[in-house]
Design a protein around this ligand. Sequence first.
Ligand code: NAD
Length: 479
Amino acid sequence: MTIHATAIIDAERITGTGRPIEVVDPSTEAVIAEVAEADDALVDRAVASARAAFERGEWSRASVEQRQAVLRACADAIDAAADRIADVECANTGIPYAQVRNGQVVRAAGNFRFFADYIGQMTAELYEQDPLYLTYVRREPVGVAALISPWNSPLALGSMKVASAIAFGNSCVLKPAEQDPLGLTMLIDAIQGAGLPAGVVNLVNGFGASVGDRLVRHPDVDCVSFTGGTRTGRIIMSAAGANLKPSIVELGGKSANIIFDDADFEAALDGALIGIFSNNGQQCLAGSRVLVQRGIYKQFVEAFVERTRKVRVGDPRDAATEIGPLATRQHYAHVMSFVPAISDGGARILAGGGRAPGFERGFYFQPTIAEVESNAHRLCQEEIFGPFAAIMPFDTDEDAYRIANESRFGLVGYAWSRDIARVMEAQERISAGTIWCNTPMFRDLRAPFGGFRESGVGAEGGRAAEAFYTRQKAVSIPR
Ligand code: NAD
């Protein structure tokens, strides 16, 4: 067992003495590391370090070229440490190695490169209509950002928050999820040597209700960016609001995947499988309600079930594995708790439906499909956040939109059809922040990613990040 850093403050790794957090490998259930929680004094020190760095101005007032060079060097540092980070992340999260190494780590480095490019393209408002005065709008960094990330995709989501906060000149304190802090802690450690002034990027490890809460309510924090569950999002937004701090909250989802009868059948089938089973099914943007038009329903269900039964569940380190274990014992119990819902009536199991066979240890859950009679069923209304799809038929396009929108969530909508008019109708009628037409999960970082209703408030990506991580200042001068 290794002891990992409690905090990274002023570019220094600190191993604290606070409450121990046991970090578990979900494939073996073995404790693989211990992290001592940051105590109140360390959290305060991290915020003070971020504040001091901000006020010194080496970063907050650095030229765009200087920040671009450092952001690119951060990306290079992540590339250089990629194998090491991926090994640890795979062991800590249970996400298949290939998805971590070729997906999350690459994406993490890409986030820094994206924002390096983005700040080189920023434009500004200028008003010269007045004969006597010229007015323009400056965008300045906000100050110290508190960044709170979840356990399901730590590297991709945590790095997105850090890269977007610092690109615009802010300093930050990141708190990774307590369940799998190792990869993100290594990543933040790796970028410290990339030319960032000390204190621009700090990290504190610990639990949400203690370290997270202290960070969010800290008087010296200027804005809060959170990704996680809807319940926590409400708490965080209220805490930030009470102190008049801007916040973005990226929350849960229960997205509809609509497959019309004129869809490219094989593409839609592949898309439905990717939509529900990638990242071990632990994705906010999962297409977890599969709605299939009546005419192709039977044929689609047969093919979906057949392919689902072939999905390879296994050790995440094994290159052949497509689905690893769920991330934690608690989450395994949560996903399992939906199994009784199947026999309670209104649903029936078509594939999977419990613990993956052949595993004595580990939080392995079988890829599962349940056919539901109504969208009101619990399997359609609650976020399961595992490899667990609900499927149901629909008759008309109107039915599909009604069902898709009968949800307190509104993160993503998927639509599959060969008819461009139908696709255009779908993108308008589905009420969600991102719509994927005839493709699963394409993410252009320039576009905003945020949810409607209980899926969140605010967005990340490109201009949305610029709006959140900067404040506007109107300047008028005589001409
Ligand atoms: P969670 O809300 O329990 O925890 C997320 C983070 O918040 C963790 O770091 C946790 O320690 C911290 N936290 C918990 N309570 C806190 C408090 N009172 N104050 C401050 N911080 C606190 O969420 P989770 O279960 O770890 O993550 C899964 C959820 O995240 C799912 O609902 C999923 O849909 C959602 N998610 C959303 C997106 C998105 O972009 N919309 C992306 C990924 C995950």
